[in-house]
Write a protein that binds this ligand. Structure first.
Ligand code: LMR
Length: 393
């Protein structure tokens, strides 16, 4: 039966990992997959995570099943982290998922179940795996304009024009903060305009929030998501713990469906049903250590301190790169790098020059010129800046 299979296109982000590994050059620079790296190029286990794992190891006396929604304490802790007091708890259905990708997948499955004809509006560009999963599920994708190629910021008017064509029964997918892949984000006034558009059109919003704490701060990065859920009748929120807790391989995430309190029992049981169909019980280990960190005041404070240091280090790398490019180029045409937020910035150059940067200079970035800023350190900033200029970007 399997001779009917045909090869699938490799994931472009994941393909870079192997190409980078196979490159023998010592000067190579990895700006590919979205993983935080410290100044030595390591992705450390965060202090509070290590301590929480020890606590779980010492105290856990069973590995029996949790529930289809995962441990309720994880949902409570994550709802507090992401949504805070934006809406009453009894309006929120939530299930643990295998990472933020699992949450996106379950959200799209839910949309398909509710309305197979739903159109899903996605930013152009968006995280490639959004498109891949939506295509796999057979949902119609409608790109909305987002990135302004000249300013490297958001073309807000074009975005508003495009999402205004969504209607009831459609989904508008938004990045809660730290847009992936561009690094260009809406300000709070622009978010208000997006909310007004969704209120007028009746389309449903979905927020993918995978980098809370990497942009302007933990609270600041959640502000738009909180405003959306408190202003709209239904919002899906897919949150990842991979990056801000550094638990990438544990696959820890959550899907929330915010609606009316009367709809919550049906929403909750439907999300649990979908978990059962796809993988039954969601993974627990990462969720348990995240819960331990969030519910222990000492661990939570230490986690926030370390996360803030990570955020500030990425901001300072952005500024250093923008400064160095300004010095070399003699213009401020790269100033946008310091304005972008989160792990990524879209340089805004051609696939040919991205290829040239890889082949001639050992600089690895995604083909659309997305750079993972966390792949840099103080030594690599001038090397990268020189390569960008020499390449003719
Ligand atoms: C990325 O965008 O690089 C990360 O979210 C990792 C992934 O799974 O693609």
């Amino acid at each position: 039966m399997f001779d009917t299979l045909s090869p699938q296109a490799p994931d472009k982000i994941l393909a870079l990992i192997k190409m980078f590994r196979d490159d023998p050059r010592e000067t190579k620079i990895d700006l590919g997959v979205g993983v935080y790296k410290d100044a030595d190029g390591n992705t450390p286990v965060m202090r509070a995570i290590k301590a929480a794992e020890q606590i779980v190891w010492d105290t856990q006396d069973s590995k029996s099943y949790t529930g289809l929604a995962g441990d309720p304490a994880f949902a409570d802790a994550m709802i507090d982290l992401v949504l805070s007091e934006a809406v009453p708890r009894d309006q929120i259905a939530a299930v643990a998922t295998p990472g933020g990708t699992g949450a996106c997948r379950q959200a799209f499955e839910l949309v398909k179940m509710a309305n197979p004809k739903a159109r899903v509006f996605v930013s152009n560009p968006t995280w490639p795996n959004h498109l891949s999963i939506l295509n796999y599920l057979g949902l119609e994708v409608v790109p909305y304009r987002y990135f302004d190629a000249d300013s490297r910021g958001v073309d807000t008017q074009a975005m508003l024009d495009d999402i205004s064509t969504a209607g009831p029964g459609d989904l508008v997918l938004l990045h809660g903060c730290c847009h992936n892949p561009t690094g260009a984000n809406l300000n709070s006034v622009e978010w208000d305009a997006v909310i007004a558009s969704l209120q007028a059109s009746g389309a449903t919003a979905m927020v993918d929030i995978a980098y809370q704490g990497f942009g302007d701060g933990l609270e600041e990065d959640a502000a738009a998501t909180r405003k959306l859920v408190s202003s709209l009748p239904n919002v899906l929120v897919a949150a990842s713990c991979s990056k801000n807790f550094g638990v990438y391989r544990e696959r820890t995430g959550i899907l929330m469906l915010v609606g009316s309190s009367s709809a919550r029992p049906l929403n909750q049981s439907t999300l649990e049903y979908l978990n059962r169909q796809n993988y039954s019980f969601p993974p627990d280990h990462g969720a348990r250590i995240v819960t331990t960190v969030l519910t222990d005041p000492g661990l939570r404070a230490d986690w926030q301190t370390e996360l803030e240091a990570v955020r500030l280090s990425m901001l300072s790398l952005r500024q250093d790169l923008a400064n160095e490019l300004q010095r070399l180029a003699g213009s401020d045409r790269f100033a946008f790098l310091a304005q972008h937020r989160g792990m990524f910035s879209r340089l805004g150059t051609t696939p040919d020059l991205v290829e040239k940067l890889r082949i001639d200079y050992g600089v690895y970035m995604v083909g659309d010129s997305r750079m993972n800023i966390a792949g840099l350190n103080a030594q690599k900033v001038p090397i990268l800046a020189q390569a960008i200029i020499d390449c003719g970007v």
